[in-house]
Design a protein. Structure first.
Length: 70
């Protein structure tokens, strides 16, 4: 599941939690919190991944230094 799907699922579980009567909320709260933890972990992991470089990016020399590279 991607992050957007996880967030939508968290929203759905929150909605489910608030629709339940107070006697049934304990399990719904655990499910909701578990998914929030998983989502937060996935977000943290994605923030610290190094971007994949498919191509090497070449920056052309500055015009003032172009003669240095020829």
């Amino acid at each position: 599941m991607n992050i957007e799907q996880l967030i939508r699922e968290c929203d759905a579980l929150a909605s489910r939690y608030y629709r339940l009567d107070s006697g049934s909320r304990e399990r719904a709260a655990r499910d909701w919190m578990q998914l929030i933890r998983e989502t937060a972990l996935k977000i943290e992991q994605s923030r610290f991944k190094k971007p994949k470089m498919n191509k090497l990016h070449h920056t052309p020399p500055h015009p003032d230094h172009a003669s240095d590279h020829t």
